[in-house]
Every structure is written in structure tokens, then in C-alpha cells.
Design a protein around this ligand. Structure first.
Ligand SMILES: *Cc1c(COP(=O)(O)O)cnc(C)c1O
Length: 373
């Protein structure tokens, strides 16, 4: 069998009986939208993420915009976010009328550089055109951003902090989940994410009941107490009951899968650290390894070599957002984003999932080691 970049079938085989039963139960009761599994899953998800409350929604992109809408962001507001991330992080900012301001990343963890965030905030204040309002930190490739430093900056400048944990749900820093520092944390259940469903899904974690209530209204067209009096301009963003039922079963084995992912990551580091740059995780951090990303001078050569050897790879992200057509006109922090631009040419993600066998992993390691380019 061909080596998979992310093997979802192995996990499915493991819990197929429970998934079939859970899906069957939903088909029997027929409450396909906002059925009992949705609330049940939200409770379990909140408990897992050390949150008071979780609110499920239709996808991880909506999960990023729901807190921004709830905090009242709009025209004239600056939202600081990385450029070295998936488009969804920045995409939702202009939806609210606010302006994304791109911030560079740290060269070792690929997460937001707190010093450059400070510089970007100073630049926006000096220019005086936009008002700094919020920061979106991303837990890129599965590891937590430097939340103590980012939260301190946000506190000093009166900014909201959102953790876009679409790749990092389950990650911790000193044993605490990102919400410990952030005002809200969002995640995605896209199938390939560490905690994925069998379609689209997302969620927001919060410790603020009034924010939860606001988002609960937004996700159902701005509903009010009176069914026929909508109180907000909302949207339709609910997690399907079937997906919630599937996620309950997947969440039940997620803690164990995080341990398995870390064992795979450790084994890669042992096998590869002397030939390529292997990942650095922030001190005190535990990654959920959405990606295992190495760096090398001849990235495209290595990718072609691995493809020849039957090893699938991916480059996240070859072109940072601020260089992409739709985002070119948005501001970047002082001095530009040299790290984001350089990394795009060097990074390569290797097959990573909890069920990667030692034999398959050896094929990957040997193939990387066999590259002489
Ligand atoms: C995947 C992803 C999202 C969006 O999730 P969807 O469920 O695909 O909408 C947002 N932010 C980051 C960093 C992501 O990786």
C-alpha cells in the first residue's frame, strides 16, 4: 500500500464499530440539525480544552470570525495576524470591515514573533489611521504560540487575543491550553486536522458566557429570545449532528493519539536531526503535530526525490499571505516580513499521523537521508 501523508483510514478501522453505532443513532432519532449530540460534544470539547464553554459551528473559518464579530470589530480597526498561515486566519478580518496587519514569525517555531508584534502595533499607532483592536495568534503546525508574551502585549495595549488553534487544538504550554491566555480559541474539524470529522466543522472555546451567547445567536441567523425577532445580523453556521456524533468518538481517543503523534515526531527527530533542520517546539510546549515540518536548502529537490521514492510531502506555506494577490494591499509590520518570506522556500512537511508504523517511517527517514542534493 502506498504511504499516506495523513492516514485517516487507520483511525477509522480502529473505531469503525463505534462510529457506525453513533451514526446509526442519529439516523434513528433524526435530529440532524442541533440534535442532542451537538451539546454533548460541546461539553466534552470544553472539558478537553480546559474551557468553561465550547460553541460548535460549520467550519474552522467561521470559528475565527465568530469571536471577531462578537467583539464588534469593524472598519478602522486593525487586527494583527501572521502571514505565514492558512488563508482563513486573515481572510475573515476584512469580512468584518477591519484590516489585517501582517506580523512576522519566529524562525524556529514559525509562530508569531512577539517583538515584531510590538513593532507592528507601534507602527499602526504612529500612523494613526487604524485603531489596534485584536491579535490572532496561530498555533502553526500544531504547537502553541508564545502566549505568555503575546497576552502580555495584548493586555498592555487593550487588545483582544484570539488563538487560531485549527492546527493546534489539544496543544499545551506548561500544561495549559491556549485559552488560558487568549480571550477565545478557535479550531477546525476539517478531516486532515489533528481532531477532524468527516466533512466540515469547527468550534470556539471561551470562558465568557456572554460571548458564548452572542456567538450562539450569530450561528443561527442572529436569533433572539423570540423566534420571530432576530436581534443580530448573523449567519448559518452549525455543526451537523452527524459530525458531532462522529467527533464524540474521535475525541475519546484524541489524548492517546496526541501521545502517538509525539512518539512519531520524536522518532523523526532521532532519524533526521543530523541531515535536515528538524522542528523546535517552544520550551514547555506540547505539539499535536498537525504537520511535521523540516527545513532544507534544496527543498524542491528533496520533495522531488521523496516523490520518486513514493513518499508524499507538502510545502506549507510556499507563499505567505502578504505576497498573495488578494492580500497584497494590506499593511505589514515595520521592516516587512523577512522570516515569513524566507521560510516559504525552505519548509517541507513529511507524512505525519498517529498510526504511522515504524516500518513506514523508516522508509521516509531513509529516503530523506538518501538525498544528496
Ligand atoms: C484549517 C485552518 C483554518 C480553517 O479551517 P476550515 O475548517 O478549513 O474552515 C483556519 N486557520 C488555520 C490556521 C487553519 O489551518
Amino acid at each position: 500500500m502506498a504511504l499516506a501523508f495523513i492516514d485517516l483510514k487507520a483511525q477509522q478501522a480502529r473505531i469503525r464499530d463505534r462510529l457506525d453505532a453513533a451514526i446509526g443513532k442519529v439516523l434513528d432519532h433524526g435530529a440532524y440539525v442541533m440534535g442532542p449530540e451537538v451539546g454533548q460534544f460541546e461539553k466534552s470539547l470544553a472539558a478537553f480544552g480546559q474551557a468553561e464553554l465550547a460553541l460548535s459551528c460549520a467550519n474552522g473559518t467561521d470559528a475565527v470570525v465568530l469571536p471577531l464579530m462578537t467583539w464588534g470589530l469593524g472598519p478602522g480597526d486593525a487586527v494583527f495576524c501572521p502571514s505565514f498561515t492558512f488563508a482563513a486566519t486573515a481572510e475573515v478580518v476584512p469580512w468584518t470591515g477591519a484590516t489585517p496587519v501582517f506580523v512576522d514569525i519566529l524562525p524556529d517555531t514559525y509562530n508569531m514573533d512577539p517583538a515584531h508584534l510590538e513593532a507592528a502595533i507601534a507602527g499602526v499607532l504612529k500612523e494613526g489611521r487604524l485603531k489596534p483592536r485584536a491579535v490572532i495568534a496561530v498555533d502553526l503546525f500544531g504547537q502553541p504560540a508564545d502566549y505568555p508574551k503575546l497576552a502580555d502585549i495584548c493586555r498592555r495595549h487593550g487588545l483582544k487575543l484570539l488563538a487560531d488553534s485549527a492546527q493546534g487544538f489539544g496543544c499545551t504550554l506548561d500544561g495549559k491550553h491556549p485559552l488560558h491566555w487568549a480571550d477565545a480559541a478557535s479550531t477546525s474539524f476539517f478531516p486532515a486536522k489533528p481532531l477532524g470529522c468527516y466533512g466540515d466543522g469547527g468550534a470556539v472555546l471561551t470562558n465568557t458566557p456572554s460571548d458564548w451567547g452572542h456567538m450562539d445567536s450569530l450561528r443561527v441567523h442572529g436569533k433572539g429570545e423570540d423566534k420571530y425577532d432576530n436581534v443580530l445580523i448573523g449567519m448559518n453556521s452549525r455543526l451537523d449532528t452527524l459530525q458531532a456524533a462522529i467527533l464524540i468518538e474521535k475525541l475519546a481517543i484524541f489524548a492517546e493519539e496526541i501521545v502517538l503523534r509525539n512518539a512519531v515526531a520524536d522518532r523523526y527527530a532521532e532519524g533526521l536531526a543530523d541531515v535536515v533542520t528538524t522542528p523546535t517546539v517552544i520550551a514547555g510546549g506540547v505539539s499535536v503535530w498537525a504537520q511535521y515540518t523540516i527545513e532544507t536548502d534544496n527543498r524542491d529537490g528533496l520533495a522531488a526525490h521523496l516523490k520518486d521514492k513514493g513518499v508524499p510531502t507538502a510545502a506549507y506555506y510556499p507563499k505567505p499571505l502578504h505576497m498573495q494577490t488578494a492580500y497584497r494591499d494590506f499593511p505589514v509590520g515595520a521592516g516587512g516580513l523577512p522570516v515569513s518570506e524566507a521560510k516559504g522556500k525552505r519548509v517541507l512537511s513529511l507524512p505525519m499521523h498517529p498510526y504511522l508504523s515504524s516500518a513506514d517511517q523508516d522508509v521516509v527517514i531513509d529516503a530523506v537521508r538518501g538525498f544528496s542534493g
